[in-house]
Design a protein around this ligand. Sequence first.
Ligand code: NAD
Length: 325
Amino acid sequence: MANQKTALVCGAGGFIGGHLVKRLKEEGYFVRGVDIKQHEHRETCADEFVQGDLREQSFCRQITSDKHFDELYQLAADMGGAGYIFTGEHDAAVMHNSATINLNMAEEARKTGIKKIFYSSSACIYPASIQEDADNPGLKETDAYPAGPDSEYGWEKLFSERMYLSYARNYGMEIHIARFHNIFGPFGTWEGGKEKAPAAMCRKVAETPNGGGIEIWGDGEQTRTFLYIDECLEGIRRLMNSQVAGPVNIGSDELISINGLAEMAMNIAGKKLAIKHIPGPLGVRGRSSENSYIQQVLGWRPTTKLIDGMKITYQWIAEQAAKRK
Ligand code: NAD
């Protein structure tokens, strides 16, 4: 099709990448998805899906050089929830794998002339020292420095933000960076150790009979904000269609404790369960997204209520859990 825009989506077999492919297809793009694995929860909507390892530079060269791409969305990363990135056991792998992917893709995009690049950074880049209070006032983009993330995952993201911005400065590439704050929704990891809090709560509640009990790491008073996937996609597309390099927060400012999130899942399910607090990896005490910058530069901010996204997510996870029985 003449004038059809082309997009390369790295991490297309993952949660956000899978949704992004669908969104770009709905917008009329030709999409090539790339991932080391197929999507576990749905058929890909991509025109082409290439399976391979983005740590291999030759593979990165192959997928960028046999066709012209107008846009690159780089979402591939070695990541998971608190049970994966805060235990310390995966630090070397997280840093090596994700940094290698980003180094390879920035360089191949430069060589093949992909001018417009989206990079997915994270709220985990913000200093741990300003997130010690559960009543977090919201993290502003400028809070990133002086740097002090609480995980190697966050340090790698900070390094890669700077690397992509250097490519923009030195090679004239157009870079757009978002810092995602806990994105959730259906078709994501919901079991196995890499799942995040909303999916974990939905699974625990769905799998436990009314009157039973579920376990929560820590005292459950640690707070976060969670953003529904459709809002994340809207933010990505608006950022890519703007002149804003970022980094820009894409997150919700609706703060909730993990106990509160568990209660929300129980209310959706119509169940009353006891909560047992057990030791486990926690991350920072309180984290929220401060959204005045995105409002200022994009004239938009996420507004979907947590409860609305949780209802959809709970239903999907309950169906998956029932199928597995
Ligand atoms: P995800 O784990 O579902 O997706 C990442 C994908 O990258 C996976 O499908 C994985 O197979 C792929 N990948 C990993 N190593 C690879 C390799 N060597 N070669 C090819 N593919 C490889 O995660 P997600 O939730 O969809 O997150 C997407 C991006 O957004 C990641 O960069 C993540 O760090 C970032 N992010 C996500 C959140 C969130 O709440 N989901 C928050 C902040 C930042």
